[in-house]
Design a protein around this ligand. Structure first.
Ligand SMILES: [Zn+2]
Length: 489
């Protein structure tokens, strides 16, 4: 039986295909136009017997001038943001995990306040920043959110970052700062050779750059500024969110989805230009406890039962029978036993199970259970208990119910002439996978950075400008989608 929701989405998809056909028929005629939104077609809509005009725009055509403006604004913002240390701390028990994240949050608040027409500009008690660019249409349309995280990775220092802009990149060059090789062409040449003529930003050695995800923060800010200055670009309510503690996996728990007020959202936190993510791992945690019997070793004959001996056998057999992360890639799943703590009396092993398919996670858990059964029959005097806890699920299961999100990403990337459009499955969890399951369907689009969490991090200002165009075009395209319920409203 077709449910009401299913029927709605079928209608929605039909609507999007009609819009797609429409935009293709109009975009060709507008190929040689300049800055402003072109190919306006006026259709007559009969509302309560009254004839009203409604403008339906084709995709906005960005000019060279827009491009240069975006790069300049991005450079100013990005260089400023990366010099504010916002590293999060996995060992902290406060929220946010580091107070310094609020420093950037306050800078963003002030900037948002200086832009024309934004509403609901606020920081919550955890340090998350929210703002709304209200719709410029009369009709009710989808409320769309854009999110980026303010914190940076925990592995490498974000203190005293000195960004450098390498102008007009020439193929074959390393990116050097004062005789120090920050990016090696031998390693990253494939990516660098796509950036000939670009201005590329790196740090100066010894620190992160922080493009993950201050590139995303700068891009959202610049897109919103552009929209406030180009009111001819139609859009629904745009919700802006800058979040804390993504790098330690705790951000979404403290993000106020009803306050954010978007029906769907995009994190701007992906890597290379042209990529996007609508799929993440599903994840379970398995804890196995081996209980033996301890007694003074001098008088232990026939009585001591060493739990570690059995635990060691367990590890050995799991590694023989199941894929581990060091031999897994692309769409492979794995079983990763990450720690083992214990003594003669009691040993605990924790293993994480990861796969894009829930059914495979089940197989892994069954495989572990089989190994345990074997060990129980060989060591009847050792008690072995196993406990499986669900950690998170593939966001695709949620996003499949909103097919227009992925379709719009592909549409917008194609309209901006991107060559390698690739959906990259995320071999981990993201803020998006958590938010999607918390009631805010969230896909991830590229922010343009490379070599995340490394001293060799780099990002092209030209690619960042393309990300700005993606955000603007997504907002415009999705203004053709009718409203959807917002969680908590
Ligand atoms: Zn990130």
């Amino acid at each position: 039986m077709m449910t009401k929701a299913n029927l709605f989405f079928c209608l929605l998809i039909l609507f999007l295909f009609v819009m797609k056909a429409f935009s293709q028929s109009t975009s060709s005629s507008s190929a040689n136009s300049s800055s402003e939104s072109v190919s306006h077609e006026t259709i007559q809509v009969d509302l309560n017997g009254e004839m009203k005009e409604q403008h339906v725009s084709g995709p906005f055509q960005f000019s060279e001038h827009d491009d240069a403006w975006m790069r300049k604004r991005l450079e100013d913002r990005f260089l400023k943001y990366v010099q504010i240390d916002t590293q999060s701390d996995p060992l902290s028990s406060t929220v946010p995990s580091t107070e310094k994240q609020r420093v950037l949050a306050n800078v963003l608040l002030e900037e948002l306040k200086s832009m024309k027409g934004l509403k609901n500009i606020d920081m919550d008690k955890y340090g998350n920043v929210y703002a709304t660019l209200p719709k410029n249409l009369k009709r009710d349309v989808l409320s769309v959110g854009f999110l980026a995280h303010m914190d940076t990775a925990t592995e490498i220092s974000g203190f005293n970052v000195t960004p450098r802009v390498h102008r007009n990149y020439k193929d074959g060059e390393n990116l050097m700062v004062d005789n120090l090789k920050i990016v090696d062409y031998k390693i990253d040449g494939k990516e660098l050779s796509k950036m000939v003529g670009h201005d590329i930003v790196t740090a100066s050695g010894g620190t992160l750059l922080g493009a993950d995800d201050k590139a995303g923060v700068s891009e959202i800010m610049t897109a919103i500024e552009f929209l406030t200055e180009h009111p001819s670009i139609e859009h629904g309510d745009i919700q802006i969110g800058f979040t804390i503690d993504e790098e330690i996996g705790k951000g979404p728990h403290y993000f106020d989805i009803p306050k954010f007020s978007a029906a769907v959202a995009f994190t701007v936190d992906g890597g290379e230009k042209g990529t996007y993510n609508v799929e993440s791992f599903s994840a379970d945690l398995v804890t196995i406890v081996f209980t033996g019997f301890n007694i003074h070793p001098g008088t232990s004959f026939g009585r001591m039962i060493n739990s570690m001996k059995v635990a060691a056998k367990f590890l050995d057999r799991v590694n023989q029978n199941m894929p581990s992360p060091d031999i897994s890639k692309d769409r492979d799943g794995f079983v990763h036993c990450l720690d083992m703590n214990g003594n003669v009396e009691k040993t605990t092993i924790r293993c994480i199970l990861r796969s894009f398919e829930d059914s495979e996670l089940k197989q892994y858990a069954e495989g572990i259970s089989k190994v345990i059964d074997q060990l129980r029959s060989e060591h009847s005097n050792v008690t072995i208990e196993m406990n499986v806890v669900q950690q998170y699920r593939n966001m695709k299961q949620v996003l499949d119910k909103y097919p227009f999100m992925e379709l719009s990403i592909i549409d917008v990337y194609s309209a901006l002439n991107m060559k390698d459009i690739v959906s990259v499955p995320v071999r981990g969890g993201t803020d998006g996978s958590q938010l999607s399951w918390m009631g805010l369907p969230t896909a991830n689009i590229f922010a343009g950075g490379h070599n995340f969490h490394s001293q060799s991090e780099f990002v092209s200002l030209h690619d960042m400008a393309d990300s700005v165009k993606v955000i603007i075009s997504l907002a415009q395209t999705l203004s053709n989608v009718p409203p959807l319920p917002i969680k908590g409203h």
